[in-house]
Design a protein around this ligand. Structure first.
Ligand code: ADP
Length: 628
């Protein structure tokens, strides 16, 4: 592009994150370079949609620029590919802001992942994540972006070789598009296939064939444009006329993801409110799923006009769903803020969430494997709904799947759990912790195993919250195996299990000694019903927080004082019997043992000994005595 301008270009360094991203892009061995086209067309589409929206309240913005469209021009001789739109455009300041920084929080999360990844893995990550405009540097060694904001009488040129800096300068409007943006890629020597008409046409049709803006292709700078995509929104077509590939391509363009949908929801609601929904559950987890400001990504259209992607169409715990809703009833001239409060939107929100959960439920029944894949990725998010969405908790409990203590280790539903309740079992038992394997071998589970009582193994952070929300399933409350008394006495033992021993006077005496030795460190020391093999374990007092929850809050700095645990002792354990039989005069060994038992219980819970130096000294003394 030769541009006439009097101004000297101002050069700016890229923000550090962009520089790193570019570095990655340029050196990427990622083979699917085609994605840059999808990213540029997606930006062009957004720009056209923004213009259509702003023109609703200011028709003058359209000027005489005609209907929105995207034009891709190939120039084999000059080794150039140009993507031009007549959308909203960018002013000089906007250009620097948009193409010098990284705004999306998702991109930051992505960069962090990449920074921690090995080289090969890093390039693979690009494949899972839309990285936008900068991906064009995979195929170009020089990019110019010439833009004119709709309605403005100035234009500006952004230009960069992607190596660390970009420059911006004002240009004569006569050089610029009447409105919108022209992105010119000077292709690298190994990227000349992007000047071949059939390659580009095929790529665009398959990646972006269903964006709601028509796309034209010019085979040469002077060739006539021919339309290669009609701009008819996919969601307005009947389901039967859409292939799975078309859904996948559309999903990728609307979600900015590179995977395939694990579930597609496409329907039209009729009756009081009429709207179309095309929504997808992704196959893989987005990187920013747990970022505090991660919002939903459902777009809202009104009669084919894009309005906003900030309307929070779905509740937060469905924030992994991507797609759109196109309403027939919302007024087009309503501000985004007013739409947010509109009763029509409220009805849509309710309808879409209900339908989505119903479809997930159907999938769980019909295609269990596929559903479990979704649960594996997003179960931890869906569970937030258990305490956030009281009205739908039954549905959500029905959708929930758990790892439990069953021998097979498979995912279990609460229905499965309820089907294998033991005689006199009055609660649904659970254990919370950070790590599944460690949790499965917790001493607190022993008494439950001995009775064949299944225990849910909850390892997501969110679990500590919903279990305290007072929920029940079929009248059975949720109860921690690590808290309060175990009430296992009523449930018969499996055959071959020795009945629990009652503590002898000697054991009672020893327990009293341990209690006075540990003093303020514990809330109580008592005989355990839940232990069969281990000597000791810790539990939380009946009322208050589960120990896992306390740990979570403490690590987040949101807990003042941690409550004291209860040390439970297994009177049947050989060690306990022996310790109880020690001569009372042997105070130093008895004291060492009391502290070591407490530390043993802490370690079994994945914690550190209370006083590591004291712990080693005591352990050394006790071992020393044993080898004497
Ligand atoms: P994303 O599109 O995900 O925000 P990009 O890096 O692709 O990330 O683009 C950054 C920003 O640049 C966009 O959000 C948009 O504001 C602006 N932009 C890019 N291309 C265009 C375009 N063709 N027209 C108008 N604005 C654009």
């Amino acid at each position: 592009m030769t541009i006439t301008t009097d101004a000297t270009p101002k050069t700016h360094p890229f923000e550090a994150d962009v520089a790193r991203l570019l570095q990655l892009m340029v050196h990427s061995v990622y083979s699917d370079k085609d994605v840059f086209l999808r990213e540029l067309i997606s930006n062009a589409t957004d720009a056209c949609e923004k213009l259509r929206y702003e023109a609703l309240s200011d028709a003058a913005l359209l000027g005489d620029g005609g209907a929105t469209r995207i034009t891709v021009t190939l120039d084999a001789e000059a080794r150039r590919l140009t993507v031009e739109d007549n959308g909203i455009g960018m002013g000089e300041a906007e250009l620097g802001e948009a193409l010098g920084t990284i705004a999306r929080s998702g991109t930051r999360a992505f960069m962090e992942r990449v920074a921690n990844a090995k080289d090969a893995e890093g390039s693979h990550l690009i494949g899972q994540f839309g990285v936008g405009f900068y991906s064009a540097f995979m195929v170009a060694d020089q990019i110019e972006v010439l833009s004119r904001r709709a309605g403005a009488d100035t234009a500006a040129l952004w230009s960069s070789d992607g190596l660390g800096a970009y420059s911006i300068q004002p240009v004569d409007v006569a050089e610029a598009p009447a409105r919108g943006t022209r992105v010119v890629l000077h292709l690298k020597a190994d990227a000349t296939s992007y000047t071949e008409s059939h390659t580009v046409e095929r790529t665009i049709k398959s990646q972006s064939g269903h964006v709601p803006v028509p796309i034209f292709l010019k085979d040469g700078p002077d060739a006539d444009p021919r339309q290669i995509a009609d701009g008819a929104a996919l969601w307005t077509k009947p389901k039967a006329a859409i292939t799975r590939e078309e859904y996948t391509d559309f999903y990728r363009s609307v979600a900015g993801q590179f995977d395939a949908p694990a579930m597609t929801l496409h329907y039209r609601a009729e009756g009081l409110h009429e709207y179309s929904v095309l929504a997808f559950v992704p196959e893989t987890k987005p990187f920013d799923l747990f970022e505090p400001d991660r919002m939903g990504r459902m777009k809202l259209y009104v009669r084919r006009v894009f309005i906003t992607d900030e309307a929070q169409i779905l509740p937060r715990y469905l924030r992994f769903v991507r797609g759109l809703v196109d309403s027939d009833d919302l007024p087009l001239n309503m501000s985004r803020e007013m739409i947010q409060d509109s009763p029509i939107l409220a009805a849509i929100q309710k309808g879409v969430a209900n339908r989505l959960l119903a479809d997930l439920d159907k999938l769980a029944g019909g295609e269990a494997e596929r559903y479990l894949g979704i649960w594996d990725n997003f179960g931890a998010v869906l569970k937030e709904g258990l305490y956030e969405d009281y009205a739908r908790r039954e549905t959500l409990l029905g959708l929930a799947r758990f790892r439990t203590t069953t021998a097979s280790g498979e995912w279990r539903s609460l229905k499965d759990y309820a089907g294998s309740l033991k005689e006199n079992q009055t609660a649904i038992y659970y254990a919370t912790g950070g790590d599944l394997d460690r949790l499965a071998s917790s001493p607190q589970l022993e008494g439950f195993r001995a009775r064949g009582v299944e225990v849910l193994l909850l390892t997501d952070q969110v679990d500590s919250f919903w279990v305290t929300a007072g929920l029940d399933y079929e009248g059975k409350p949720f109860k921690s195996v690590m808290q309060g008394l175990s009430d296992l006495g009523q449930i018969p033992l499996l055959e071959g299990q020795a009945p629990p021993a009652t503590a002898s006077a000697a054991v009672e005496g020893f327990i009293g000694f341990v209690k006075s030795t540990l003093g303020q460190a514990v809330a109580d020391v008592r005989v355990s019903e839940r232990l069969t093999e281990s000597a000791v374990c810790l539990v939380a007092p009946e009322h208050g927080m589960d120990r896992q929850m306390e740990k979570l809050l403490a690590s987040a700095g949101r807990l003042g004082a941690q409550s004291k645990p209860i040390l439970e002792i297994n009177p049947r354990h050989e060690l306990i019997a022996k310790l109880s039989g020690l001569d009372e005069a042997d105070t130093s060994l008895r004291e060492d043992a009391a502290h070591l038992l407490f530390d043993e219980a802490r370690i079994a819970d994945g914690e550190q000994p209370a006083d590591p130096r004291g712990f080693s000294a005591r352990l050394a003394r006790v071992i020393g005595r044993a080898v004497r």
